[in-house]
Design a protein around this ligand. Structure first.
Ligand code: DAK
Length: 257
């Protein structure tokens, strides 16, 4: 694993930390490939039930690496499939991924946070899509995921003015699920991730898949997907165990099958 991306295992939670402090965790290929490899590793590990992606107190990630991009031409971005090639790995993860954001989450940093299943933020977090100041548009999902998360008015405001929003506003508009004091963010996120990882992994993955389906389909199609998945739960051993444990007033012992 490269040094710009560190991994740790906390019980059943896999932690991925972006570690490029000199550049406020700006995302270059080494960082993005490192995140991808870490996601691969935790997805393949049967012991892991939830993944947390974080940065430092100062920056989750201040965006794609501007020094790297400044000399790119159209053909460089098109032929190498810039961004898409390696940035989409988080999105395709089947286990839940929580972004724990402190400090700057700007441009590609905000977009990577939004690729995760939910964002927990510290009270010092700052979110923004300032690409317009550099003569580009948000290109890793900012113009698409942001309006779905916060609605058109706030998304337009953020993308067109490059204004940064703080954690309180981000929580108010629905970009962020929860806000914690900066010194508690990681502990609280790991705690929440551990709760998720304590449940039946196939059911956790089904919940994630079903909620995500709400963004990809009509209400009727989404409800049908949910109903079929719900029915499938009754073929899972962990459903028998979960309900038996409730009736017998004991803790369930899920076996992930
Ligand atoms: N890239 C490279 N280096 C960065 C950086 C970035 N995005 N952000 C910060 N740094 C570096 C600074 O250059 C500085 O390095 P040294 O000068 O010390 O060597 C160091 O980090 C500390 O930064 P500052 O000295 O500027 O620190 P401040 O606290 O004064 O300011 C700041 C913090 C976050 C407000 C400021 O650094 C800043 O404005 N950074 C740039 C933020 C930004 O514009 N982010 C968006 C980048 S564009 C695409 C898809 C997606 C994207 C592009 C293409 N395709 C599909 C084609 C995504 C684009 C972006 O994310």
């Amino acid at each position: 694993m490269s040094e710009v991306v560190l991994t740790e295992v906390h019980g059943k939670v896999g932690l991925i930390r972006i570690n490029r402090p000199d550049a406020l965790n700006a995302l270059n290929n080494e960082v993005v490939d490192g995140i991808g490899r870490a996601v691969d590793q935790f997805e393949a590990d049967e012991n892991i039930g939830c993944i947390v992606l974080t940065g430092s107190d100062k920056a989750f990630a201040a965006g794609a690496d501007i020094g790297l991009m400044k000399s790119y031409g159209y053909m460089d971005t098109y032929k190498t499939d810039f961004i898409t090639r390696n940035w989409e790995r988080i999105r395709s993860a089947r286990k839940p991924v929580i972004a724990a954001v402190s400090g700057f989450a700007l441009g590609g940093g905000c977009e990577v946070a939004m690729m995760c299943d939910m964002i927990y933020a510290s009270d010092t977090a700052k979110f923004g899509q300032p690409e317009i100041k550099l003569g580009i548009i948000p290109g890793a999902g900012g113009t698409q995921r942001l309006p779905r998360a916060v609605g058109k008015a706030k998304a337009m405001d953020m993308c067109l003015t490059a204004r940064m929003i703080d954690a309180a506003e981000a929580e108010r508009i629905g970009l962020v699920a929860r806000v914690f004091p900066v010194d508690q963010l990681l502990d609280e996120t790991l705690k929440s991730a551990a709760t998720i990882a304590s449940f039946s992994l196939p059911v956790v993955m089904m919940v994630k898949e079903s909620v995500n389906r709400a963004y990809e389909s009509s209400l009727n199609e989404g409800l049908l997907f949910e109903r079929r998945t719900f029915h499938a739960c009754f073929a899972i051993e962990d459903q028998k165990e979960g309900m038996a444990a409730f009736v017998e007033k004991r803790k369930p012992a899920f076996k992930n099958r």
